[in-house]
Structure formats: C-alpha cells, structure tokens
Design a protein around this ligand. Structure first.
Ligand SMILES: NC(=O)c1ccc[n+]([C@@H]2O[C@H](COP(=O)([O-])OP(=O)(O)OC[C@H]3O[C@@H](n4cnc5c(N)ncnc54)[C@H](O)[C@@H]3O)[C@@H](O)[C@H]2O)c1
Length: 389
C-alpha cells in the first residue's frame, strides 16, 4: 500500500488504448524528469504550478475491456513511432506497476442490468482512492467512441434514472454509465470522447447535488483545433466563408472505431457544432472520415476553405494537418486531470465552462474561438489561484 497523503488520482476509462497508454507513459516520464513538458498547457509560465497537483503526486489507474498489458501496448506505440522507445524501456518497471492498477471489465456486463456494473465501478474507484491515499480521483473517459445517444424520459431526473437502472436492460450509454459510477463515488468526471458522459439531465443534476465539477466533451487535438484558430480570423477580417470542407484519413484504434458510420456521426456532429460556433454563422461544411489502417497512429486532415473577399472576389485556403493523435491528446488529458482536480479542491461544481479550450464540443459554452477560449481559461485559472482576481 502506498499511503502518501493528498495524492491526486487519475482514473482512465480505456486505459489500455492509444491515448490512455500515451497519457500513462507521459505522466511517468514527466514525473521522472526524463521528458520535456512540450504540449502541456499547464506547464506554460501562465500557469504557475501553485495549487495544481505535482507530477509525482499523480497516481494513475483505470478500466479497460481488453487484457493487453500496458508495457506491451507501449511497445506497440514505440514501434509505430508514437512514443520514444527509450522511454518505454527506461520506464518498463513503472509501466508494469501501473498496469497492476488497471481493472479489466468484461465486455458482456454492458449488455445486462447496469446497476451492479455501476456499483462495481464505484467500488473500484473507492478502493483505488483508499489504497493510494488519494485526496481526490478525477475520472477521464478515453475509451472507444460510442454512437450518438438519444435520451428518453428516464434520463430526465436522477429518480427516474435510478428506477430505470434497477431494470434488466441497459439504460445508459457506456460513457454515462462510467460517469454515473464516478459521481456515485464522489469523483469529478471528464469526457474526452464525444460520448454523452454527464450531458444527460439526470446526470448533470446528480453532479450538481453531489457538488462535483465535470467537463467535456471530445478533446480538441487536430483539425478542429486548427479550425477554431483560423475561423475567428475570417470573422475578424469580415471575410465571408462560403464553404469549409474537410477530409479526415485516420489510422489507429479510433480510426477503426470511426469506420463504423454510427460512431463517426457523433464525431461529425461535434466538429460541425464547433465550426459554426467559431465562425458565428452556419456554413456549408461537408466532412468526410475514412479509416486508412496503413496510416498507423497518424491522421491526415485536409481542409478546403472557399471564402469571399472585398467586392465578392473568391479565394481559397487549403491546409493539411498531419498529426499523431495520441501524442496530441495525452498532454491535454494530463492538463485536464490537474485543472479539474484543482477545481474540485476549490469547491467548484457543475460544468467547467472555462475548460472549453480543450474540447471540440464544449459543454454550455457558445465561444468556439481558440484565442477567446484561452483567455477565459487563464482568467479562470487566475481566480482559482486567487479568488480576489
Ligand atoms: N486521439 C485524439 O486526438 C483524440 C481526440 C479527441 C477525442 N479522442 C477520443 O479518445 C478516445 C480514445 O481514442 P484512442 O485513439 O485511444 O482509441 P483506442 O481505440 O486506441 O482506445 C480505446 C480504448 O477503450 C477501450 N474500451 C472500449 N470500450 C470500453 C469500455 N466499455 N470500458 C473500458 N474501456 C473500453 C478499448 O479496449 C481501448 O483500449 C476515443 O473515443 C476518441 O474519440 C481522441
């Protein structure tokens, strides 16, 4: 038992996936001082460390449905060039130790009654917090993208939900089932996927009652990040965007998941909302997502923007983004863990709108421009440090 008091737990749902593994390896490497802080927003000088959990106070655990040990997944990521092999070798013992804190969940349990599953997940969280002396545990969902979910009457309030959960059939999508269990265990919840998470009225109310902060959804790491930086430029220069077409070629596990039309439609919806929000008006924005296994962990996004200038002169911007998704996502997961832990400690509750900067589809936030979101984040972080600000 590791009983260092006041540690911060980070519980990853989907811990053995590409993002989960890169996050875990990254946290170990930064804590050991063997990796630079590149990509970590909370390591910028604008975020003086005071109040944020220290890297060596962060303890990671998680759930997954696959048995692949973390060191093996990390080796596969090194083979693919996502993470340095030297780090995987140097931190092999730590990775194996972390793997021992991942609980495997049987895929079948998600097809039956959900109350016992939620109970099991909440117990896992409680045991983890106790064993590692965690003052709090932030649960972050980085599991496979799920299909869009349409809520019914049973999702309206906590009482109806609790009643429905006692029935024999699944009531919640998986992201929301984990969110429900996290709230029951007193843990803040972050959805890094486009899943429903806490965004069902019954769960949002449960979070409010429990006094817990939450955030989401769908990490903004690539094409949408670029769009949220570029779209305000067109608006500020009074240039009229006529169409903004996008083609996404994805490799990796998420690419395979998004080969499924239903799962892809939740991604497409969150990208569309983000573009309209950043431009301030609706634009013709056809978006295409293809799975190209040969790309491995890399992703190519090609954006083609047709816009009008003075006197209606037509012009075009084309931009190609070639990113390694997991390397872009993992530092954001770590930033979110630190910021949400701090918010929880400061007594913040409900949706954390100031974290919109990190998400494609930010909860309760109409601002989609990257610079404005960053300003809001900095102002909020300053208030957390000094409530008089
Ligand atoms: N990589 C990025 O830049 C990025 C950006 C935004 C959002 N995301 C989201 O992050 C998520 C993870 O992406 P990835 O590339 O790591 O995908 P991945 O397929 O490599 O990993 C997903 C992991 O979730 C696990 N999983 C599936 N169902 C589960 C369940 N019910 N309980 C626990 N674990 C479960 C899988 O076994 C797998 O290990 C996706 O939903 C993706 O949409 C990623």
């Amino acid at each position: 038992m590791d009983s260092t008091p006041g540690r911060t737990g980070l519980w990853l749902v989907g811990a053995r996936g590409s993002v989960g593994t890169t996050t875990a390896l990254g946290a170990l490497a930064v804590a050991a001082g063997v990796a630079p802080a590149t990509g970590l927003v909370t390591e910028l000088p604008e975020f003086p460390g005071d109040g944020l959990p220290r890297w060596d106070d962060l303890v990671i655990g998680g759930h997954d449905v696959v048995p692949t040990p973390l060191p093996k997944k990390a080796e596969a990521l090194a083979e693919a060039g996502v993470v340095p092999r030297t780090l995987v070798t140097a931190l092999a013992t730590e990775l194996a130790g972390l793997d021992g804190r991942i609980r495997q969940v049987d895929e079948d349990v998600f097809h039956g009654p959900q109350a016992p599953v939620a109970e099991r997940i909440a117990v896992d969280l409680g045991e983890f917090a106790e064993r590692h002396g965690c003052a709090r545990v932030v649960v972050i969902n980085v599991s496979s993208t799920e299909s869009p979910f349409r809520p019914g009457p049973e999702h309206r309030d906590p009482e109806s939900l609790e009643r429905a959960l006692r029935g024999p059939r699944p009531v919640l999508p998986r992201s929301s089932l984990y969110a429900y269990a996290a709230l029951r265990a007193g843990c803040p919840f972050v959805d890094f996927t486009p899943g429903a998470g806490v965004r069902l009225p019954a769960l949002a109310r449960l979070a409010e009652r429990a006094g817990l902060p939450w955030a989401g959804s769908d990490g903004k790491t690539g094409e949408t990040l670029l769009r949220s930086a570029l779209a305000p430029m067109f608006t500020a220069r009074a240039l009229h965007v006529r169409s903004w077409a996008g083609v996404n070629l994805l490799g990796g596990g998420d690419g395979a998941t998004l080969a499924d039309q239903a799962a892809a439609s939740s991604k497409v919806a969150s990208k569309e909302r983000s573009l309209d929000g950043a431009l301030g008006y609706r634009v013709d924005a056809p978006l295409h997502i293809d799975h190209v296994p040969a790309l491995g962990e890399w992703k190519t996004a090609w954006d083609h923007v047709r816009f009008d200038g003075f006197l209606g002169t037509a012009m075009t911007l084309q931009v190609t983004w070639q990113g390694c998704d997991s390397a872009l996502a993992a530092p954001l997961v770590l930033d979110l863990a630190r910021l949400v832990a701090r918010a929880h400690e400061a007594g913040e509750r409900g949706p954390l709108r100031a974290l919109a900067f990190f998400f494609k589809d930010p909860v309760d936030c109409a601002e989609h421009g990257l610079a404005a979101q960053y300003d809001a984040l900095l102002a909020w972080a300053r208030r957390l440090r000094d409530p008089a600000c």
